[in-house]
Design a protein around this ligand. Structure first.
Ligand code: SF4
Length: 108
């Protein structure tokens, strides 16, 4: 993970107030978690979408084609179910494996 990715991850965790929760909890199985709504205020702030394939790269400067939650370091694939899994940026919610947000950090 590059310094830039680490910095972005830290800033996102700090901004969402979940840093402590990420460090001290094991998120439950995704089946137990409600799906994150793109209308959630934090989701909106981070530009979360359910389908990264629908992002216009020209309109979303930080988006790199091919990136999605499934390949993000914050996505907990081992706890995913039905295409949704816990995400370190959105404690208590499950995000779509095909989704994306500006906190995206490629897995090392
Ligand atoms: Fe979470 Fe990463 Fe998906 Fe953003 S891109 S919602 S940080 S898994």
């Amino acid at each position: 993970m590059s310094i830039n990715q680490s910095r972005r991850r830290f800033l996102v965790l700090a901004a969402t107030g979940t840093a402590g929760m990420v460090l001290c909890t094991g998120a439950g199985a995704a089946a137990d978690l409600p799906h994150l709504s793109p209308d959630d205020p934090t989701a909106k702030a981070l530009g979360y979408v359910e389908d990264a394939a629908k992002i216009n790269p020209a309109a979303e400067a930080t988006f790199k084609k091919g990136s999605a939650c499934a390949s993000c370091a914050l996505y907990q694939a081992d706890k995913a179910k039905g295409g949704y899994g816990p995400c370190g940026a959105f404690a208590g919610k499950a995000v779509n494996a095909k989704g994306w947000c500006r906190a995206y950090s490629a897995k090392a």
